[in-house]
Every structure is written in structure tokens, then in C-alpha cells.
Ligand binder design. Structure first.
Ligand SMILES: NC(=O)C1=CN([C@@H]2O[C@H](COP(=O)(O)OP(=O)(O)OC[C@H]3O[C@@H](n4cnc5c(N)ncnc54)[C@H](OP(=O)(O)O)[C@@H]3O)[C@@H](O)[C@H]2O)C=CC1
Ligand SMILES: O=C1O[C@H](COP(=O)(O)O)[C@@H](O)[C@H](O)[C@H]1O
Length: 492
């Protein structure tokens, strides 16, 4: 494998270091980058949370996280030991001015003052403003400091503004890295390469040739231990407002002038601003929301959402969303963009499906089927183009058959596909914002999502149920069928 260039020495200070995200994603991602020689031995990973842990306690938790979330074949004990030596811990309530800030200050002061500092906020977003204020009051925001904000930024436009204002008082916009881990996925970035490095696609990339587009992020997991967070969020705030809209932006945007961050973000912003509003009155027509009931996953019975939340739970939260969105631009005319995300669905599958139009006329006995381009974000990352070709069976006329041109990336490039966080965590150290979200993008996304959430809150469309292990409620199928369209799994 090509030698990857190491980044500069840094201190990564994680607020919320005992939480699920740090254990499941951040520490394993940093381990992989360390393993590949990109993290210098002088770098430090400083966990902070309120839990009163010693450094050794936290290192033991970090070790367990590596054991649980790094592939056993990739976990080298000697390397893991050296990686864990980079790990520190400070018990601290980030939201309280009188907490153990001296503990963090003293530790940071052991390194040169111009060392890169990344403050990664992996706590509930309503703490972001107060944590930044405390960092500033304590004199910990240096010229080389950046702050990373986890999603979701707020629960609507007003709360997002409050959070962005709270952080923006202490960090300039170009030092604020709003993370959306879908942008760190190799196959999401591959959309940019596919579109803008291959005229064969880009020349057809409009309503002239495209009938409709689907973007799906289906998960098999339920809410797991995250019920208290998830029930306040739901699929719209957890997945659609951020991850799926970002993917939609990359699919729908015009060519940026360059790969420079603002060039790309300006084009994404135009898409977000061109999204046709779905008013509370429209939600019954253009959206479907649902939650999973009891069902079966992998042949085993699983409980429904309410049982997953706990005894006597009451909830109006959706675990599944399907939306017919429109991008009101010259390029897209009336092409529907179907967005769908859900938990406890039949398969883990994130993909983009570009369904082309059929031929205007057929010289064959049967009308050729439309071409279809599938970009598989995960798992089985790759690209598949379905074309019509001649059926080789000898007959007295020309019969057609569909066949796939299929590129499986892992096989084609013989390389491991890194987790999205691996790329993004080091982009922050490099100070490269291209795969992060600018404030105006967050605002535009909420501006579109808010009226939908309002319509649902006013019960203007019913909360459907779907059995765990299925592809969602029948209403989601009907949303496409109205226009003669089908979800990918229903295409033969
Ligand atoms: N988990 C995931 O898969 C994903 C999570 N996110 C986002 O990441 C963030 C964290 O999520 P997750 O790890 O799941 O959440 P958890 O609830 O698992 O962890 C929250 C963390 O915050 C700490 N914490 C809470 N209050 C304070 C405080 N006042 N000062 C310092 N630390 C505090 C907790 O530790 P302690 O109680 O010891 O203080 C804990 O370490 C959220 O914004 C979430 O939306 C985004 C994408 C995916
Ligand atoms: O941000 C989130 O993403 C995960 C899904 O991420 P993926 O990379 O596995 O597709 C989702 O489970 C979680 O609820 C959400 O907060």
C-alpha cells in the first residue's frame, strides 16, 4: 500500500469520551490511522467526560473499544499498546465554568502552545455553546484550535441558529468543522468522481435522460441503547435532514468550479435552497412516516420500537421516513428524488439509484427496459449499470435481456475501505473543510425540514407501522406507485 503522509502533531480533545460514538467510531478510527503511520507518536488523544475515571481506567475502556470495534485481524497487540499510550483522560463537566478546567489546562500546557488542538464535541448538541464559552474563558482557544460539531446541529432552524451562534462567538467559521460522516464515506465521494470525471454520465445527468432518483439508507439495527436520544430525534432529524440531504446535494448539484471547499459548498447550498418546500399541508401527499412493530430479523423474532424504548413507553416518533422531494432547477425539472431511511429494515443498504428514461421509440418486439445506475454506498461498495443487450438464445427475432456492468470497488482496487471517520478526523487536523458542512447549509436543510416536522407534529399524516425486518410500510410503496415508479428492491 502507498505510504500515507503523516499529519502534524496534534492534541485531540474529545468531550463526551465515555460515550457510544467515541467508543464505537472515534477511537477505532484513530487506531487505524495510527496503524497506517499517519499519527505521530507525540500526538495525544485526551478524553473528557463527567465520569470520575483515572487515565488507566479510560485507557482500559479504550482498549475494550478497540477489541470490540476493530477487526481482530487488524488489531496488533503491540501497536494497540503504543496507541493507548497516546490516550489521556480528564474528568470534567464541559458545561460548567467551575469544573476541572485546570486539569485540562495543565495537560494541554505540557505541549508547545502552537500545537494543533482539535476540540471534538461528542456530547448532546445543546452543550456545544457552553463548552466553547468555557474553552474560551479558560484561554484554551488558540490560533491553532478547531472545533468539531457532531450532528444533529439542533432540532430545528431556531435551535440550530442558537447552537451555531453559541459556537460562532468563540470560533471563526473556518475553524468550525460540522461533521456529517456520510461525506467521509468513500463511495459518497465517489459520486463526485463518477459525475465529473466521466462525461458519459454527466452529459445524461438531468431531466432529459433521468426519470427518477432514489436515495436510501436502510439499517437493520433498531434504536439499541440510544432510545432517549432517538425518541427525541426520529429518522427525519437523525438521518434525512443531514446525511441524506448531503448525498442528495452531491447527486443534484451543478459542477463546482474546483474541489476547493467553498466552491463545492456553494453548489450544495444552491441545491438545498432549490428544494421545493413541503408545507405541513403537503406532508400527507409527499411524505410517509412510520415506526417498526415487532417482526423478524435473520429468522429471529425482535420486538417493536415501543418495546425497545422500555416498559409503558409512549411515543409519536418515526423510525422510517420516505419523501418525494423535488429540486426546482432547470436541470431537474420534475424529476422526483425519493429519499428513504429506516431502522429495522430488511437489509443494511445505503445506495443511490438513478433510473433513466426508456427509449423514445422501440425497433424491438418489446420495449427495452430503462437503464439503471446504482451507486452502492454500503455495504459491497461499488457501481452497477444495468443495460439491455441481445439475448443470445437463438430465435427468429432480436430478443433483449438485461445485464449488469458491475464494479465492486474492494475487489477492483484490492484495498480496504476505511470507515468514514478515519478520513474526517484527520481532515480536521489538516484544516481541510471540504467534507464538512458550512453553517448556511445547515440552515437551508432545516428550512426545508421544519415544515415537514411541523406537519407531522400536527398529525397531518398518519404514523404508519411496518414489521421489523421489512422494507417499510405499504404507504412507502404507494408513494412511488402513484407515478408508476418502484423502489429498487421491487424492480425485477
Ligand atoms: N452514537 C452514534 O452513533 C452517533 C452519535 N452522534 C452524535 O454524537 C454525540 C454523542 O453521541 P453518543 O456518543 O451516542 O452519546 P452518549 O450519550 O453515548 O454519550 C454522551 C457523552 O457525553 C458525556 N457528557 C454528558 N454531559 C457532559 C458534560 N456536561 N460534560 C462533559 N461530558 C458530558 C457523557 O459522559 P458522562 O456522563 O461521563 O459525562 C458521554 O461521554 C451526539 O451529539 C450524537 O447526536 C452522531 C452520529 C452517530
Ligand atoms: O448518524 C447516524 O448514522 C448511523 C448510520 O450510519 P451508517 O454509517 O451505519 O450508515 C445511524 O445508525 C444513527 O442512528 C445516526 O445517528
Amino acid at each position: 500500500m502507498a505510504q500515507l503522509p503523516p499529519v502534524d502533531i496534534f492534541d485531540y480533545i474529545v468531550f463526551g469520551a465515555t460515550g457510544d460514538l467515541t467508543m464505537r467510531k472515534l477511537l477505532p478510527a484513530l487506531y487505524y490511522r495510527y496503524r497506517d503511520g499517519q499519527i505521530p507518536d507525540q500526538a495525544r488523544i485526551i478524553g473528557t467526560a463527567r465520569s470520575p475515571l483515572s487515565r488507566a481506567d479510560f485507557q482500559a475502556r479504550a482498549e475494550k473499544a478497540l477489541q470490540n470495534f476493530v477487526k481482530p485481524a487488524d488489531l496488533d497487540p503491540d501497536l494497540a499498546r503504543r496507541f493507548l499510550a497516546l490516550v489521556h483522560y480528564v474528568s470534567l463537566n464541559g458545561a460548567e465554568a467551575g469544573s476541572n478546567w485546570p486539569g485540562l489546562k495543565d495537560l494541554l500546557a505540557e505541549a508547545p502552545a502552537d500545537r494543533i488542538r482539535v476540540y471534538y464535541l461528542a456530547t448532546a448538541p445543546d452543550l456545544y455553546g457552553r463548552i466553547c464559552e468555557n474553552l474560551s474563558t479558560q484561554g484554551l482557544v488558540t490560533d491553532q484550535s478547531r472545533v468539531v460539531l457532531e450532528k444533529p446541529i439542533g432540532t430545528d432552524l431556531a435551535s440550530a441558529d442558537e447552537i451555531n451562534d453559541g459556537v460562532g462567538r468563540f470560533f471563526p467559521e473556518n475553524h468550525i468543522f460540522r461533521i456529517d460522516h456520510y461525506l467521509g464515506k468513500e463511495t459518497v465521494q465517489a459520486v463526485i468522481a463518477l459525475r465529473f470525471a466521466n462525461p458519459v454520465f454527466e452529459r445524461l445527468w438531468s431531466s432529459d435522460a433521468i426519470d427518477y432518483i432514489q436515495i436510501t439508507a436502510a439499517e437493520t439495527v433498531g434504536v439499541e441503547g440510544r432510545g432517549p436520544y432517538y425518541d427525541k430525534s426520529g429518522a427525519m432529524r437523525d438521518m434525512i435532514q443531514n446525511h441524506l440531504l448531503q448525498v442528495l446535494c452531491l447527486v443534484a448539484m451543478d459542477p463546482p468550479g474546483s474541489l476547493e471547499a467553498d466552491s463545492l459548498r456553494n453548489e450544495k447550498l444552491k441545491v438545498l435552497r432549490a428544494l421545493r418546500p413541503i408545507t405541513p399541508e403537503d406532508v400527507a401527499v409527499s411524505t410517509v412516516r412510520a415506526r417498526y412493530g415487532a417482526g423478524e430479523m435473520g429468522g429471529k423474532p425482535v420486538p417493536g420500537y415501543l418495546d425497545d424504548l422500555g416498559e409503558n413507553a409512549v411515543s409519536n416518533t418515526e423510525t422510517f421516513v420516505a419523501i418525494r422531494a423535488q429540486v426546482d432547477t432547470w436541470r431537474w425539472g420534475n424529476v422526483p428524488f425519493y429519499l428513504r431511511s429506516g431502522k429495522r429494515m430488511a437489509q443494511k443498504s445505503s445506495e443511490i439509484v438513478i433510473q433513466f428514461k426508456t427509449t423514445p421509440w422501440s425497433i424491438f418486439p418489446e420495449k427495452p427496459a430503462a437503464n439503471r445506475l446504482v451507486i452502492r454506498i454500503q455495504p459491497d461498495e461499488g457501481v452497477m449499470l444495468t443495460v439491455s443487450t441481445k439475448d443470445p438464445t437463438p430465435t427468429d427475432s432480436v430478443a433483449l435481456r438485461q445485464a449488469d456492468i458491475n464494479i465492486a470497488f474492494e475487489k477492483a482496487f484490492a484495498t480496504r475501505y476505511p470507515d468514514a471517520y478515519e478520513r474526517l478526523l484527520l481532515d480536521v487536523v489538516r484544516g481541510d473543510p471540504v467534507l464538512f458542512i458550512r453553517r448556511d447549509e445547515v440552515e437551508a436543510a432545516w428550512r426545508w425540514a421544519d415544515p415537514i416536522l411541523q406537519g407531522w407534529a400536527e398529525n397531518k399524516s398518519p404514523l404508519e407501522t411496518y414489521p421489523a425486518g421489512s422494507w417499510g410500510p405499504d404507504a412507502a410503496r404507494a408513494l412511488l406507485a402513484e407515478r408508476g415508479h418502484r423502489w429498487h428492491e421491487d424492480m425485477v
